[in-house]
Ligand binder design. Structure first.
Ligand code: AMP
Length: 114
């Protein structure tokens, strides 16, 4: 399966990649919601959180560890930030390739819009 994000990961379409290793790629969101807005994505296509299996334990944990590293690199670790994973329709997921949003660089307000 190929997704928009796998094309960014492979370099077939441009992306502002800030981190990449054998399992995970991170790139800046094209429509940033805050000064820092980075998407952290498994290199292999996992459509949603619902599709994770026990075999994905390492890559799922890696998403968080890369978020921690990038928050430090971006200088937002101390003030804080938000990590979001949207799932399916009620979660507002638009791209069906699992991704963790790292958002920060300003106070983010309440967790959810009412
Ligand atoms: P979600 O709603 O959680 O699926 O988030 C999808 C995110 O992908 C949105 O924040 C979009 O702005 C972002 N996005 C869509 N296309 C691109 C792209 N070509 N490069 C970077 N980010 C993108």
């Amino acid at each position: 399966m190929t997704t928009l994000f796998s094309k960014i990961i492979s370099g077939d379409i441009p992306g502002d990649i800030v981190y990449q290793d054998d399992e995970v790629t991170a790139f800046r969101d094209i429509n940033p919601q805050a000064p820092t807005h980075i998407l952290i994505v498994p290199n292999k296509v996992i459509p949603t959180v619902n599709d994770l299996t026990d075999a994905d334990q390492m890559v799922a944990g890696k998403l968080l560890l890369v978020a921690k590293k990038l928050a430090a690199d971006e200088g937002i670790a101390e003030n804080g930030y938000r990590l979001i994973i949207n799932c399916n329709a009620h979660g507002g997921q638009e791209v069906f390739h699992l991704h963790l949003h790292l958002i920060g660089g300003r106070p983010l307000g309440p967790m959810l819009a009412h």
